[in-house]
Write a protein that binds this ligand. Sequence first.
Ligand code: KG4
Ligand code: ZN
Length: 338
Amino acid sequence: MKLLGIESSCDETAAAVVQDGREILSNVVASQVKEHQKYGGVVPEIASRRHSEAIVSVVRQALQDAHCTLSDLDGIAVTSAPGLIGALLVGVNFAKGLALSAGLPLIPVHHLRGHIAANYLCSPTLAPPFLCLVVSGGHTHLVQVRDYTELTVIGQTRDDAAGEAFDKAARAMGMPYPGGVHLDQIAETGDAARYALPHPNVSGSPYDFSFSGLKTAVINLIHNAKQKGETLFVEDLAASFRHTVVECLLEKTCRAMRDTGEQTLVIAGGVSANSLLRKRLQETCGQAGWKFFQPSLALCGDNAAMIGAQGYYEWKAGHIGGMDLNACAAMAIGQPLC
Ligand code: KG4
Ligand code: ZN
């Protein structure tokens, strides 16, 4: 079963061909990040326009790289939620047109389910049930994946997502958008003990996260240092911030693993590329005797191969969209899209 995956929920226009949910035949990503960098974040209007310009050539390239034509495909999987609405609509409408003209089934895919499915492409033995920590620019979720299309959120952020907090803290430290990866690199040479940052806690919700207080603490610390004319040790502050975020993620995730009795932990989303998070989870799972899976660095961020992978399992579950399919800016991961 060969699926074309299409992804346009944020600032990457992506298309891929995936075989049976597990094998990447092609994977093309056109990033707009350079353009959004000028504004310090994604400008939704610009994102939609760039998707419209790029989508035909990106899909063509994906088919060409996979040595196939539309007639070799068995379906078209597309991210229909959640994300920037104008950006999602470009992918959804393009997929509808293509599915209609080629007589192929249209398979709507939830973006975060896609991030989780990136792991199926990297780890042939991985299969539900497992617990997944989904950490992206827009979401921070602890998800019980009972089956490929049966997912329950047991914890989430009350305010900023982990990636958003990384990006805002990095911006305050003078790094370009998206700052998560820069902050991660700079933190490698820093001393996390120089600055004490608050360890956020959410009362009454054992698996929920909160990052906005931590982000504000970093911003205030930088302002105070500037006002007083004190030297700011950016490497050390980056190391302290990264350490605090990672320890928070680790603490809640481990608690959820123990309480649920799950034996397998998976991470997904852009922040799963964070080097300290990967290292700490690997160590912790090793000590606890839990199996641990993480996507390759190339598949942590937004791509369409992950949409083709999840699309396969949605298709198997009979989740086929009609020609009235719409995009949706916000949608719970457990909800059916059609
Ligand atoms: O999943 P993703 O590509 O897009 C969304 O669905 O949101 O995640 C992007 C986020 C950004 O906030 C980016 O800064 C963050 O992932 N990110 C990182 C790292 N690489 C990407 N955050 C921390 N450390 C990294 N190495
Ligand atoms: Zn994403």
